[in-house]
Design a protein around this ligand. Structure first.
Ligand code: 13P
Length: 284
């Protein structure tokens, strides 16, 4: 199966009140682990690729890995630019074969965010590519993107509705209290914002910063209307812990497959757990 736009499966998630996971891809082992977990549970999913990951893997390898996963699993998989920072990078990704892009205009003024997002939506939709926008600023750190708690600001429902109506995005990330990276304590999620925004529009509401959020909170966010949930750090932590364990036990290991195989297996378990929690098992 070729890569698909998020519109191939997010409307079903909204109707069925479950969420589809965006699992960030950072290298071959991430791609294999995510695809294997989704295949075992017959779930659609989204490969999220940040600009940092894109730089690390190279755009050709990134697209080739995602296409190989789609071909090998037969699952509906979207390859999605995560937190795209400008028009050019979004176009570059679409040209290279991405089936979905996010434009994160949350650091611009509200009016500029609308204007810039609209420009990308126009081209992306002409190419059959889905677009995610962002409102409010999500705290925490992802790659070079860092927002401290003080500057993280919640999305305003009235603005979200106008943003959707004017831009025509297919999915909307709203800042509701989660953050990228692991949490020192527990996040405080504003379910009422998710509920109000999700009920006001037919598109998917996206929860970023899914790592480290307790299961009951994820369930409540889905109940409130979140239908796309992003996870990256938990896979990174699991993979690195597995590598540390192997290398810590035996200083003579030098074959990368000896430590990358347990790392990949650890990620399979993380992703399977999330797919079960999100309720997308059997929805491919
Ligand atoms: P985490 O790294 O906290 O899981 O967040 C991932 C994310 O939201 C990617 O955009």
């Amino acid at each position: 199966m070729p890569l698909v736009s998020m519109n191939e499966f997010l409307p079903q998630a909204k109707a069925g009140k479950y969420a589809v996971g965006q699992f960030n891809m950072n290298n071959l082992e991430f791609a294999q682990a995510i695809a294997q977990a989704a295949k075992e549970l017959n779930s659609p999913f989204i490969f999220g690729v940040s600009e940092g990951a894109l730089k690390y893997m190279g755009i050709e390898y990134t697209v080739a890995l995602a296409e190989a996963a789609a071909k090998q699993t037969g699952l509906p998989i979207a390859l999605h630019l995560d937190h795209g920072s400008n028009f050019d990078v979004a176009m570059k990704c679409i040209r290279a074969g991405f089936s979905s892009v996010m434009f994160d205009g949350s650091h611009h003024s509200f009016e500029d965010n609308i204007r810039l997002t609209k420009e990308i939506v126009k081209v992306a939709h002409a190419m059959g590519v889905s677009v995610e926008g962002e409102l409010g600023t999500i705290g925490g750190t992802e790659d070079d993107l860092s927002v401290d708690e003080e500057n993280a600001s919640l999305a305003k429902p009235a603005e979200a509705i106008r943003f959707y109506e004017e831009t025509g995005v297919d999915a909307l990330a709203i800042a509701v209290g989660t953050a990228h990276g692991m949490y020192a304590g527990e996040p405080h999620i504003h379910y009422n914002i998710i509920e109000e925004v999700a009920a006001a529009m037919p598109i998917s509401i996206v929860l970023h910063g899914g790592s480290g959020v307790p299961d009951d909170m994820i369930k409540n966010a889905i109940k409130a209307g979140a239908t796309k949930i992003n996870v990256n750090t938990e896979n990174q932590v699991a993979a690195t812990a597995a590598i540390r364990e192997v290398l810590g036990k035996d200083a003579k290991v030098y074959d990368p497959r000896k430590y990358l195989t347990p790392a990949r297996n650890a990620m399979v378990e993380v992703v399977k757990g999330k797919i079960e929690l999100f309720g997308s098992v059997g929805k491919a």
